[in-house]
Design a protein around this ligand. Structure first.
Ligand SMILES: O=C(O)CCC(=O)C(=O)O
Ligand SMILES: [Fe+2]
Length: 248
């Protein structure tokens, strides 16, 4: 058994792959997750993780939230009233997070924990797969939340997330799609790697992708294109979950 799976099993018990005798993963899935109090969180049969081959530590689960779950989550965010004034486009919370964010965080943890994966086929070091196991078992997994609301044409400059946050960042994307570009902290202008973020996707950023790469959403002409087509930019909402370093 590889080290990654061993760590996860020590922390959470048997996984679906090892305990299921009829091959039906659904029976093993955690029940009762309830983002925003309405939508039942049920993983797809086998969550599909994409890796971005050029960037170590970056994992994308495109079908993380169903359309219903996205609507419920968005409704919970809007109910907070953070963006009722058009001049506000960002909300930040530390410590005790709103119930829907705690629920989301639990869902992320469960998704990673129950994901069927094959490190060999991913051609990755086990420790780099999806999310480092030692981070997955920290308590709490996340204690800082940022919700960004982008109007058409608005983006975010290239940055590395502040060092006051630990490794292991989760980002959930809602509403309009966008292209997030990653560029190396050193020699970053050489090549930008585009990552297409679609509604309901989950992006996990750890290791090299967190410390050695900057990320940005550049809205200048030419940057928001995918498959040769210009993305129709409407409002986009993103949720970033992180953990503050202990010394803070
Ligand atoms: O909106 C996004 O998807 C990215 C947000 C971000 O990079 C951040 O909050 O640090
Ligand atoms: Fe960021």
């Amino acid at each position: 058994m590889d080290e990654y799976r061993k760590h996860i099993q020590e922390a959470f018990g048997e996984s679906s792959e090892d305990s299921s005798d009829d091959g039906d993963d659904r029976q093993q899935q955690p029940q009762g997750s309830n983002i925003g109090g309405e939508a039942q969180f049920i993983f797809g049969e086998n969550p599909n993780w994409e890796r971005i081959s050029e960037i170590k530590g970056l994992s994308l689960c495109r079908d993380f939230l169903t359309a219903d779950q996205q609507s419920t989550l968005l409704a919970s965010i809007l109910q907070e009233g953070w963006f009722s004034d058009a001049s506000h486009n960002q909300a930040m919370r530390f410590g005790d997070l709103p119930a829907w964010a705690t629920e989301l965080s639990t869902s992320i943890q469960e998704l990673i924990q129950y994901s069927d994966y094959d490190p060999d086929s991913m051609e990755m070091n086990e420790q780099e797969f999806i999310f480092p196991s030692e981070l997955l078992i920290r308590e709490p997994l996340f204690n800082q939340l940022i919700v960004n609301s982008y109007q058409p044409g608005e983006g975010i400059c290239a940055h590395v997330d502040l060092m006051r946050f630990e490794d292991g960042i989760a980002l959930v994307s809602l509403e309009s799609s966008c292209v997030m570009h990653f560029s190396r902290v050193e020699n970053g202008d050489e090549k930008k790697i585009p990552v297409y973020l679609t509604p309901g996707c989950l992006l996990l950023i750890s290791g090299e992708s967190r410390y050695e790469w900057k990320h940005e959403i550049n809205r200048k002409p030419g940057f928001q294109k995918w498959d040769g087509l210009e993305i129709d930019q409407k409002r986009r909402t993103s949720i970033t979950l992180r953990k503050l370093c202990k010394s803070d």
